[in-house]
Write a protein of this length. Structure first.
Length: 518
């Protein structure tokens, strides 16, 4: 395996053979084949090894050395192979390919796996010209200002420019790219006849940690089908599940989703993201040797007014009842608050001024034209005494009930999602419901656990806790709530069963608006 600045992984010939066997498992055959980023030609070699190879194969690549290597491949009699130096991003595939053969077309290969940002950081120049390829109102095209996956661009470009050929497009890519393409295919109304996703062990073949797959789309006239059969490997004859759509949402297991679809609604309380500050070295403190210290080990002497106990995403999966050992210094309590008020706290103001360079180096545009030392994700909801929080980064994390510590509300970082609640009973009730096996089943059928941030506010906002409480025995909720309550502070625990019942009553649909006030 070789990796270049252009982000290409040369596909080992044994993997090429496995890919072609998987594509042909249903008995399909092709008269023509295109490899749009052919590299040194291993897909061409694999196609020529077939007992009935395509009669014509075209390979494209931007690099001189790759083109020379692939051009040296000798085809058997009756097969035409043409390798050309071309930039797939700049080439109009609708008009540039001069086929001498007609018949079914297979587009196969392994496009670069880099994002545009990663390619730029490596010095790669093989990026598409910025244009709105997707053409969707209100969205940046994947070639617009935002970062994008190069393979996603290539997949979409291939289908759009070759749709008149009714191709089968089968590319090795990250599973996140496959899902993005399937979503776009449905949004754009592509005439997809079928799709499949075969998982591929990228670590074995490329030494890469990405979740990878062979993603195949068949395009042509007929009944459209935007589900994708999912196979655990390239050799499995039967799918293990199917990607499908629930309304506008793509779900990883359509059959499993149907069993818990009743939970797909709206959360009775608005989920919030934790505090974002991008200045952990200054604002996040740990208690050590009798003092609060920043990450440099400097003792921090500030007024307690702006100090709050801090829970980070990794803390939420610790043993139940674990106490925060960190604090966060918050210069603001609401968005846009004037931080000059901190001059009334001279030690805090002096500390922030001393480290002003850290705040000046923050790269995110959200801090532009804001007050000095501004943070984001703060409001009244940040300082509610009771919460339920979950990590957005961890796979199958627990929903942790959180109560005040030493009379101060606990603050969560921006890798957490938080439900601000009014009482221990509400925190216990929501924690019990969200940790219930039915909620776990819903998340398993809805969340793509291989994503960089599997849990999102969008997904959490769909979990209708009110529906769950109505569908499961109340005794199960009480049992879970009792365990959750034990993690909270002792205050207000008296007569908690009646308070829990009152919290349940507030989940009636008519009172959803009340709970959403946070």
């Amino acid at each position: 395996m070789s990796t270049t600045l252009l982000g290409d992984y040369q596909t080992p010939l044994p993997l090429v053979r496995d890919v072609l066997r998987a594509i042909r498992m249903a008995g399909a055959r092709w008269a023509r084949a295109l490899e749009p980023t052919c590299g040194q030609g291993n897909f061409i070699r694999g196609l020529l090894e077939l007992d009935d190879p395509p009669r014509e194969i075209i390979g494209l690549d931007i690099q001189d050395g790759h083109v020379r290597a692939a051009s040296g491949i000798e085809p058997p009699p009756g097969v035409r192979v043409h390798v050309a130096q071309a930039d797939v991003f700049a080439t109009n595939l609708r008009t540039a390919l001069c086929w001498e053969t007609r018949g079914p077309l297979l587009v196969v290969g392994n496009p670069p796996w880099l994002t545009s940002a990663a390619s730029g950081a490596l010095g790669g120049a093989n990026l598409p010209r910025k244009s709105n390829l997707k053409g969707l109102a209100g969205l940046e095209a994947i070639t617009g200002k935002a970062n994008f996956d190069v393979a996603e661009f290539i997949f979409i470009k291939l289908v759009q420019e070759l749709m008149h050929e009714q191709p089968t497009v089968a590319l090795l890519c990250k599973t996140s790219v496959a899902r993005s393409v399937l979503r776009y295919a449905r949004t754009a109304g592509w005439p997809v006849l079928g799709a499949s996703l075969h998982r591929v062990p990228a670590q074995r073949w490329f030494g890469a940690s990405a979740d990878a797959c062979l993603f195949t789309l068949r395009v042509g006239p007929g009944t459209t089908d935007y589900t994708a059969a999912v196979y655990d490997s390239l050799s499995d004859p039967l799918p293990c599940s199917a990607l499908g759509f629930a309304g506008q949402h793509l779900v990883p297991d359509a059959a499993a989703y149907e069993q818990v679809a009743f939970l797909d609604g709206a959360s009775p309380v608005q989920w919030r993201q934790g505090v974002k500050h991008d200045a952990a070295s200054v604002l996040e403190l740990a208690w050590h040797d009798g003092a609060w210290r920043n990450t440099a080990g400097e003792a921090v002497d500030v007024e307690p007014d702006c100090l709050f106990p801090l829970v980070k995403s990794g803390d939420l999966n610790a043993a139940p009842g674990s106490r925060p050992t960190r604090a966060v210094l918050l210069p603001q309590t609401r968005l846009g608050e004037d931080t000059l008020r901190l001059t009334k706290l001279p030690r805090t103001w002096a500390y922030l001024q001393k480290h002003a360079d850290v705040f000046a180096r923050r790269r995110s545009s959200i801090y532009a034209r804001q007050a000095p030392f501004s943070v984001f994700g703060v409001g009244d909801y940040t300082f509610t005494r009771y919460k339920v929080a979950v990590s957005g980064l961890h796979k199958r994390g627990r929903f942790a009930p959180i109560g005040p510590r030493e009379g101060r509300p606990v603050v969560c970082d921006d890798a957490c999602y938080v439900l601000p609640l009014r009482s221990p009973a509400e925190a216990a009730l929501f924690a019990a419901a969200l940790n219930h096996p039915l909620t776990s089943a819903f998340l398993d059928s809805t969340v793509f656990w291989d994503a960089k941030r599997p849990i999102t506010k969008s997904v959490l906002s769909r979990v209708d806790v009110a529906q769950l409480v109505q569908h499961v025995p109340w005794a199960d909720i009480v049992q879970g709530a009792e365990a959750a309550l034990a993690e909270l502070s002792p205050e207000d625990r008296g007569n908690w069963t009646s308070k829990l019942a009152a919290a349940r009553a507030r989940l009636e649909p008519a009172t959803h608006r009340q709970l959403a006030l946070f």
